[in-house]
Design a protein around this ligand. Structure first.
Ligand SMILES: [Mg+2]
Length: 266
């Protein structure tokens, strides 16, 4: 079975952070209280699900090994993913109450599995899925300064997800003070995740930000970023392509054709 890697923010959900709960009185969405830093007050996030996200995930979970890979930090992403998983699995009509439910995402990857590239932001290292992380040399020697999640609650509150809006980190050069922790963190990540798959020919990543998969362009499918369009059909429109990729020996042979098409348009 192939592995489908899904981005979280603006691909599956959209979230807004608010310190003031009094304004969170809308009907739609759900409010989660997320504590990013032990020394700070919890931040309230309003989470909005993309249209058809439950249906989409309940279909593709039968087709692929699902993995979530977000550039957000674990403290933010885990509560959001726990909520999303519960929502999706509660709507699974095929579930048998006698058999224990499988987790939706077999694994979760966070910012600490990304590499920070100057001028780009956080790039997801799909190499961690196959035990072959991208070399630091490839990135110009710049490793994410924010591999230690507790060091940057401010970054999270302002931009929980985006690789492109992490300007507060872009000025950092050289070795960050937390680099030892970063490396340990990455090592842990690697050792835990060695067996997701062993071959990038069987890995697809769906993300609203091409920067996120710029080390592995041939594995990527870009979707329109979603914020609040109630008529959005992007996830359902992905199904025919994803269905065909199940039967492709090397997904990169198909997905690289899209890169060629965009080259012709330019
Ligand atoms: Mg995203």
């Amino acid at each position: 079975m192939k592995t489908l890697v899904l981005d979280l923010d603006e691909t599956l959900i959209h979230s807004l952070s608010r310190h003031n709960s009094s304004i969170l009185t809308k009907n739609k969405g759900v409010t989660l209280e997320i504590k990013v830093n032990n020394n700070s007050l919890p931040t309230l996030y309003r989470i909005y699900k993309r249209p058809y996200v439950d249906e989409f995930l309940n279909i593709v979970k039968h087709w692929f090994n699902l993995v979530c890979f977000t550039a957000s930090i674990k403290e933010y992403a885990d509560p959001v993913l726990d909520y999303l998983e519960a929502e999706v699995l509660s709507k699974d009509k095929t579930a048998n109450s006698r058999t224990p439910r499988k987790k939706l995402f077999s694994q979760r990857f966070y910012r600490n599995a990304c590499l920070f590239v100057d001028g780009k932001g956080y790039v997801k290292d799909l190499g961690v899925l196959v035990g072959q992380p991208v070399s630091r040399d490839v990135t110009g020697g710049s490793v994410s300064p924010d591999l230690a999640p507790l060091s940057s609650s401010g970054t999270l509150v302002n931009s929980p997800s985006s690789s492109s809006s992490s300007s507060s980190n872009t000025g950092s050069t050289g070795t960050p003070p937390s680099s030892d922790r970063c490396e340990r963190s990455r090592s842990r990540s690697r050792s835990k995740t060695r067996n997701v798959t062993n071959d990038l020919s069987k890995v697809i990543i769906v993300d609203n930000s091409p920067v996120s998969y710029s080390f592995h362009k041939e594995n990527g499918i870009m979707v329109e970023g979603w914020i609040n369009d109630p008529d959005d059909m992007e996830l359902m429109n992905l199904l025919p392509l994803l269905n065909s990729l199940r039967f492709t020996s090397d997904v990169r042979n198909v997905l690289s054709l899209k890169i060629g098409q965009s080259a012709f348009r330019e």
